[in-house]
Design a protein around this ligand. Sequence first.
Ligand SMILES: *Cc1c(COP(=O)(O)O)cnc(C)c1O
Ligand code: SF4
Length: 465
Amino acid sequence: MSVSTSAPPAEPGEAPIRHLKPAVDPATLTWRQPRRDAFWQQIPAWRDVDRETFGDFLWQEKNAITTVKRLVESVRELVSDAFVADVEAGFARAPMAVRISPYLLSLIDWSAPHVDPIRRQFLPLASDLEPDHPMLTLDSLHEQEDAPVPGLTHRYPDKALFLALDTCPVYCRFCTRSYAVGLDTDQVEKVHIRASKDRWARAFRYLRERPEVEDVVVSGGDAYRLKAEQLLEIGHGLLDIPHIRRFRIATKGLAILPMRIKAGDPWTEAVTTLNERARKLGKDLAIHTHFGHANEITSFSEDMMRLLQERGVLVRNQAVLQRGVNDTHDAMLELTRKLGYVNVHPYYVYVCDMVRGVENLRTTVDTALGLEKRLRGATAGFNTPTFVVDAMGGGGKRDAHSFEHYDRETGISVYAAPSVKEGQLFFYFDPLSALSADVQAAWQDADQRAEMLQAAINAARAGLR
Ligand SMILES: *Cc1c(COP(=O)(O)O)cnc(C)c1O
Ligand code: SF4
């Protein structure tokens, strides 16, 4: 590595400063250099599209790719016949609907789509698919069982999750809410949670009747899909409830359509209005977004964050740890630093939920532990995410390190969540492909499966604090 020693020379008469380490070559500070090139022009249909057009949110929405046919047409000249067959078969077997923004599509490196981290997150290939883990269930987080009103999950004592609607500006393969989000597919018929005033009114009534709730997450689906008036109605409604002190707007929109955030855009103005009112009331509002890989952060993201920063809107990030996307130290470090550089606070990295059809994206808990160890200390503590497991069965988010028991051989980790569900144990299961052939075979046998689970439960109970 070349190291520059071009520190400015000392003024005459000034004592030189002793540098304990060689100065860093600015060219190595890669996270400070988001893409500014016309990367979308690699897509044949957009070869003549200029920056202004590409940076227009309505153009992005109009050109969103929502069918496999459109997807294939867009990249046909760039990929092999084998890739086309692979992606067509991948979607036919996928439990998620197709939706991808032109912005995301053109950030994929189409000369190497198999390994591209953005392609892996959004476009399934049949050749990537691994059989699901036998312990997997649809709605593995029990969001519906913990819902007193449809679309309102009240699991933790002082906070609630409000699912405002069930559509998104993009459909992610690893989505936890694949039980509800998106259109029905050949594989899954969904539980619909539509944007409906009646349903919202019932959720608000429940919240008003629960003085202990201080914190509400407005999610979906995705709050980017709410019209500005709807966002204002929900936001003001929450701010009107005296005991609600904090609320968050959860949207992946910032990551996949940053060009929407502009002065004069109704959604942007609605968030600004709510943020100003929240501040006047002494309440806390934040946007929670979801960048998964450093390649998703470009000069468009930089412009967006500049505006939100100016307007005092706090943005935090919740990433999902995915194999072949961000499961190496270098990838996680670059993502974390790049987020910090544009003033997005890395909040959580989730060990990938047990969702249908994404075994090839899941990692072991051990991967999360190893990444966290190397990441902590690389930058400010408030810019360092906590690695969490969202425990199956509704235990909520647990620090990945806090297991009561973890058997790396069977891949079973056991968590307790005393302030969420006292006395219960919760599990996470490493992907089968990370286990030995013998253990993989054992998981396919009901008796051996029960034995492995019982052994893990016994070990966890024995060590319970
Ligand atoms: C994630 C989540 C929350 C918010 O949890 P934090 O750890 O505060 O981010 C609230 N309710 C439900 C059901 C959740 O899944
Ligand atoms: S944007 Fe969020 S809710 Fe929508 S598909 Fe992606 S992960 Fe799921």
